[in-house]
Design a protein around this ligand. Structure first.
Ligand code: ADP
Ligand code: ZN
Length: 380
């Protein structure tokens, strides 16, 4: 298993096509770079990942006799997705005389991936880049599909491009060093795929989730982990190929996210509530809204909540933060990109594995769902 390439998923986008490799090593990357004549490689990473995994990557690249490898290390965390860091790294790359035969490797989690993709897409109007994700969240979500971004003072991910990588390599061995909280964080997106697209995958996750969120179960042969990552990437790939620039269908990937974003807004996108943790509560809230709109039975809401709790998600918002400004929370829903003319749009389940884009949801229904949810936890 160690040397085997576990699976390869093709993203079919005409001249922008590429593949996602899932493996327990760097071989697919070596093969790709060996087949392409890159003169300079810029590795962008954060200091945590650099400390643990950079040496191995450099060794692997040095074996390919590349003349020039430049390391760019940013601080860990969302603050690195800024204009300032974008500018500093761009200037540093330019000082090293990049050209069309230069490559950027995004070596890290979602922060590094979004930032590096944005830099690669604007550098000389676009140079090649590769995603080498090191978090579960980045493997199953942010590194697939070609969205790049930095943050504005006013909001997250408001500045960015659609720019596809030349390859994605999910080297599952990186996940062994990822803290459990980060594994659970990424799991929210894995679960999302089951809920929106694949009932059998959801059942499978109910029985097998411990193999994904407990890194103590990670051996070279954790077939459950590679199955879950590859299933997630396949579902995302299918949706991205059908709607590369999010005109319509791709919005289903936002299941649970409208609610998640208002919660993240209220916690300042801080460590109090990671993105996946917000998505977990968002999924629970979306299901309550679907129940209120008579789209699903209460058993579905309960079953999904049960699973979220089993996995280790905190659904009680007062355990995240003792006080919430509920009015503020509700009003920030109008910042959501999916809403048109003050009419609310939500991605809701019709059943597990089947999702619908619901337009024209009344603010009243949304508001009641929020109120009931928070009230339900106040008495506990
Ligand atoms: P995400 O991928 O969830 O968007 P980040 O890019 O912010 O998240 O990464 C989450 C945190 O995990 C960061 O502090 C990062 O340095 C750290 N990290 C990323 N990959 C690994 C890894 N393989 N092992 C240990 N820590 C990691
Ligand atoms: Zn997400």
């Amino acid at each position: 298993v160690i040397n085997q390439n576990l699976s390869k998923i093709s993203i079919d986008l005409a001249s922008r096509s590429y593949s996602i490799d899932i493996a327990y090593n760097l071989k697919p990357l070596d093969v790709f770079i060996g087949n392409n004549n890159y003169k300079k490689i810029f590795i962008i990473t954060d200091s945590n990942i650099a400390n643990i995994h950079l040496e191995e990557l450099l060794q692997s690249l040095h074996l390919l006799n590349l003349s020039s490898i430049i390391k760019l290390v940013v601080e860990p965390g969302e603050t690195s997705k800024s204009f300032k860091v974008f500018q500093d790294l761009s200037e540093e790359i330019i000082a090293n005389q990049p050209d069309r035969k230069s490559l950027v490797i995004a070596f890290g989690g979602g922060v590094v991936g979004d930032l590096s993709g944005f830099i690669a897409s604007t550098m000389l109007r676009g140079i090649d880049f590769i995603q080498l994700p090191t978090t579960l969240l980045a493997m199953v979500d942010s590194s697939v599909g070609g969205k790049t971004a930095i943050n504005s003072k006013i909001g997250k991910n408001l500045i960015g491009t659609f720019y596809q990588p030349k390859m994605v390599l999910c080297n599952l061995s990186y996940l062994k060093t990822l803290p459990k909280r980060q594994l659970i964080n990424g799991y929210a997106e894995v679960l999302k795929y089951g809920l929106i697209e694949d009932l059998d995958f959801f059942y499978w996750l109910e029985n097998n989730y411990t193999n994904i969120v407990e890194s103590s179960k990670y051996s070279q042969a954790n077939e459950n982990l590679s199955f879950a990552v590859s299933k997630s990437c396949k579902i995302k790939a299918k949706i991205v190929v059908a709607d590369e620039k999010e005109q319509n269908l791709r919005a289903v990937l936002n299941f649970g996210h409208s609610f998640a974003h208002i919660l993240e807004q209220e916690t300042g996108y801080s460590n109090l509530l990671l993105h996946g943790e917000a998505v977990a509560i968002g999924i629970s809230l979306a299901n309550r809204l679907a129940y209120r709109l008579k789209m699903i039975e209460s058993e579905v809401v309960a079953r999904v909540d049960r699973h979220l709790i089993d996995v280790g998600f905190v659904l009680n918002p007062y355990k995240i933060k003792p006080e919430w400004d509920i009015e503020n929370l509700k009003n920030s829903i109008f910042l959501d990109k999916k809403n048109e003319n003050q009419k609310l749009t939500f991605i809701l389940l019709e059943n597990i594995g089947k999702v619908k884009i619901v337009k024209n949801v009344n603010f009243e229904d949304f508001s009641c769902v929020i109120d009931d949810y928070f009230k339900g936890f106040l008495n506990n």
